[in-house]
Each structure stands twice: as C-alpha cells, then as structure tokens.
Design a binder for this molecule. Structure first.
Ligand code: SF4
Length: 370
C-alpha cells in the first residue's frame, strides 16, 4: 500500500509560530493554477507508480480548506484517475474552522473525503488571538456541527500545549472542549519556537513555560485525555476506538508514501526525495530532489518507538534479515533503563508517557548508529 500526501501551500494569514511552507495568495488565480499543476504532476506520478494500491490520501498544508471544496475534489479525482485507490481508503483534509460550512463538507464528502483534521489549537480566546488564529472556539463548534450534519464521522482536532501564559486550567478547558465537540481523534503538540518565525524574535517576552512546566502540561494532557476516553497511540496522538490516523501510521510504521507539492517529502522503493520549498519552481515543473536511502533499521526502530505499540521483535524479523539480532541488541540496552521510562521484554519494547518526553535521549542510548 502506498499513501499519497498533497501539500496545499496557501494560508489566508500567517501564524507567528509557524514554519510550515505556505504563502498568502494575493491573487486567487494562483489557486486554480496550482490545482492544475498538482493534477498534472499526479498523472505523471501515476504512470510511474500505477501498479501500487493507495490506502490513504492526505491533504495537508498550509491550509487546504483555502483551496475550496471544488478544487480539492478535483485534485482527489486526479488521485483516483492516476492510482488504484482502495475503496476503503482513508481520505483526510485539513481545515481551518473559519473556512468551512455544511455545504463545504457535503461537497468534500460527495467527492470521497471521509476524514477531517481541524486546526483548532486552543479553546481559549486569548490564546487563539496570541497564536494569530483567524477563528474562535465557537467557529470550531460550528465547524464540527457542520461536518457531522454532512455525514463525516471521523474528525480529528489539533491542540497545542505549553503556550505563552498557559496554565492547567486553560489546558483543561481546551482538552475538555475537544471531548465536548465529540472529536474522534486529538493531535496535541508542545509549542516549539522555530528559528526565523516572529515568535522566535519575541521569545523572551512570550512568558513561555520552562521545560519542566511543558513536561507537566504534557503528562496532565495524557491523563486528562485518557480519562475522557482517548487512548494514546503515539507521542502526540490520541484516539477514540478505531479512529487512529491510518495515514500517519503509515509514516510511523515506515511505510511508503508519495508527497506532491512544494515541501512535500516521499519515501518509495527505499529512496527518499522531496520537492523544494519553492512554489514557483513547482509550478514551473521542477523535478523532486533525491534525499538518500531510507528505511534502515535505526530509522524504522526510531519511528516504531514513537508509537505505544512500540518495537516488536516479530516485525523486526519480518522486515530485516538480521532483525532478530538487531532487536536483541536494542533490548539489551533498553532493559538497563529505568522502568518509569520504558517497558521492554524479549518480544516488545515501548516507551511510557514519561519516556516519550525524553525520547531523543532514550533513542540515542539504545539504537545503533548507522
Ligand atoms: S494556518 Fe497552519 S500552516 Fe498556515 S500559518 Fe497558521 S499554522 Fe501555519
């Protein structure tokens, strides 16, 4: 199974913490031009990878909802024309709550979209303003209602934690709001100050929690979401039963994916490649750039240990000819680490919520260098 990722590099305004590749279009004609370019590129990729079944399609950004439901469906039709898309494929579109209504979701659903990822980030108005979001919590509530009325039964909500001036009460309000909305899935990321963003220039004035404060918020969030019926299955992802993101699981299980659009990355046939962060170059038909080999044991193990299902000996032996020995080497190191961080036996190694907080340190300790 192949997964297809489509990058929509447009936003209506730029959030001051964000370093994703996106631009604010001054002229709407670029949206149509981009749609045509993506469709043409999909058709040429389809010729190359036509023999593969597609199990998930994901429209990310940027803000895909800025493209509008009709253009998104046009791109999805091109994916279906270019590849053999499985009838039960998961098809996700990221949306800003300010862009959507029932008609938008109905068009998407009729076009084959069956999952929405909504960028809410917080339910607190002061935080939304500070983050430069152009929606309110009420917009998120209306968007969720509209999605349900349109028959979309799989909606994920994005949250951010460790925000400026944040505290447990505000975080609890945002988490509980997700549950009140009836979100099927929650993705919750600790705010990271990215170099070159407006937040990085004003970091000293932002009143951010320190590392311990951010860790406490993370552990609070894990517990609160669990109490509300969301099981953690990845460092930053939580789900109601059977609503895991199949697309993201493909990444974390080191499966193959094809990314189309500027800044989109791919991993196919053991090779990594990407389109540069250059919209004009993409529109001009520039080819993707090679990014070396992928899928070695260390990378596979590093991704597996992001998941609560962890690294399994059986899967290692199926995937690598010396997978059993590689697993045993990792296990020998993992069992020396303290219990609150990791659980390890001869069949499976997984990190605990405390371990996820220091996963970089643990991975450096237990994985082989390559
Ligand atoms: S809407 Fe999303 S992609 Fe666009 S600037 Fe904000 S965070 Fe970044």
């Amino acid at each position: 199974m192949l997964s297809v990722y489509i990058h929509i590099p447009f936003c209506k305004s730029k959030c001051p913490y964000c370093d994703f590749y996106s631009a604010c279009p001054k002229d709407e004609s670029i949206l149509e031009q981009y749609t045509e370019a993506i469709c043409a590129r999909l058709m040429s990729c389809g010729e190359r990878y036509a023999h593969r079944d597609v199990g998930t399609v994901y429209f990310g950004g940027g803000t895909p909802s800025v493209l509008g439901a009709e253009w998104l469906c046009r791109v999805l039709s091109a994916v279906k024309a270019a590849f053999s898309v499985h009838p039960n494929a998961e098809v996700t579109v990221e949306c800003n709550p300010a862009d959507v209504d029932r008609a938008f979701f109905e068009t998407l659903r009729n076009g084959g979209v069956n999952r929405i990822s909504m960028g809410m980030q917080s339910a607190n108005e002061d935080e939304l303003r500070l983050l430069g979001r152009r929606h309110t919590a009420e917009d998120a509530e209306k968007a969720m209602r509209a999605a349900r009325e349109a028959g979309i039964d799989n909606v994920s909500v994005d949250l951010m934690l460790a925000l400026p001036n944040s505290n447990f009460e505000k975080l609890k309000n945002s988490i509980d709001f997700c549950a009140k909305l009836g979100a099927d899935h929650v993705s919750a990321y600790i705010l990271k100050i990215e170099p070159g963003t407006p937040f990085s220039k004003m970091a000293d004035t932002l009143c951010l929690p320190d590392e311990d404060g951010a860790a406490d918020q993370y552990l609070f969030m894990v517990e609160r979401l669990r109490a509300l019926g969301y099981a953690q299955y990845e460092i930053s992802n939580f789900t109601r039963p059977d609503k895991e993101s199949r697309h993201n699981l493909q990444y974390w299980r080191c499966g193959e994916y094809l990314g189309v659009g500027p800044a989109a990355h791919s991993f196919v046939d053991g090779k990594r490649f990407f389109f540069p962060r250059d919209l004009k170059g993409f529109l001009d038909g520039n080819e993707p750039q090679a990014d070396g080999e992928g899928g070695a044991f260390s990378e596979f193990a590093m991704l597996a240990l992001r998941l609560t299902e962890g690294l399994k000996r059986e899967v290692c032996t199926e995937r690598f000819h010396d997978g059993g020995a590689l697993y045993d080497t990792v296990f020998a190191k993992a069992k020396k680490l303290p219990k609150p961080l990791i659980t390890a036996d001869s069949e499976k190694i997984s990190l605990t919520a405390e371990g996820f907080l220091v996963s970089n340190m643990i991975l450096a300790e237990i994985l082989p260098e390559e």
